[in-house]
Design a protein. Structure first.
Length: 242
């Protein structure tokens, strides 16, 4: 039987990341996880990130694969992928990827879209541990996602449900930059935006694959909006509010 190369890659990445990320979490209680997250949220400096020059701003670009669009209606996170971008340079060696334990039956549409099956998720870490590991990876950096309202809604929901703490990280949507640099393009889908910029579309609807494509997109558009006078995130928000 032919093995899907994408699924094989996903399993290899999960094994690689889990061995390093979760080792430090063994024996930690849920109370310790909650304490860690609450302290981290206090240390997030939202205002400072607005003034850092975009060509010096460190961000974590991430993507979630989920069972649907509405966490408050029972939709779940299936995987998280992220990559760091430092000063506009995508750091492919600094990435995060893991599947998330899910005992619910996946719809045929989700299976086809993500390539995931129930057996891929049964032995994965539970979401509370995944989120703690993800935030350990992110620290206080700015988060970036493509059409970020989806990711933000899930993190807000599960932060409160699991840890009773509010989600406070700043998330910047790549579509903000597109609106400034290419206001008449009408590009929406990640793959269309990437093709428009000459970025290869690879491993679509895989959390780490999408994160890496979004990171490349971020780097391209950071350069473009700086040419249009936007030097900081504050400039971006002010430009969008006009």
């Amino acid at each position: 039987m032919r093995i899907n190369p994408l699924i094989q890659f996903m399993k290899q990445m999960q094994s690689k990341v889990n061995s390093s990320i979760y080792a430090s979490m063994q024996g930690q209680s849920s109370a310790q996880h909650i304490a860690f997250l609450r302290q981290l949220q206090k240390e997030v400096k939202l205002e400072e990130s607005l003034e850092i020059p975009l060509n010096e701003l460190n961000v974590v670009v991430f993507d979630l694969e989920t069972t649907g669009f509405f966490p408050d209606q029972g939709n779940k996170i299936l995987s998280i992928g992220a990559v760091k971008v430092k000063g506009g340079e995508v750091r492919h060696e600094e990435c995060f990827y893991t599947l998330v334990q899910c005992n619910a039956e996946l719809t045929p549409e989700i299976k086809q879209l993500t390539g995931l099956k129930e057996e891929d998720l049964e032995g994965a870490p539970e979401l509370s541990k995944v989120l703690v590991a993800f935030y350990e990876f992110v620290k206080g950096e700015v988060l970036v996602a493509h059409h970020a309202s989806h990711e933000k809604s899930f993190l807000q929901h599960f932060n409160w449900k699991l840890f009773r703490t509010h989600f406070r990280h700043r998330i910047v949507d790549t579509s903000f930059l597109l609106k400034i640099a290419d206001p008449h393009s009408n590009l929406i889908r990640l793959e269309d935006c990437c093709e428009h910029c000459g970025i290869p579309v690879k491993d679509r609807h895989h959390a780490l694959g999408d994160a890496k494509m979004t990171a490349a997109l971020w780097s391209v558009y950071v350069d473009k909006i700086q040419e249009r006078g936007c030097k900081t995130l504050r400039d971006v928000y002010e430009k969008l509010s006009r």
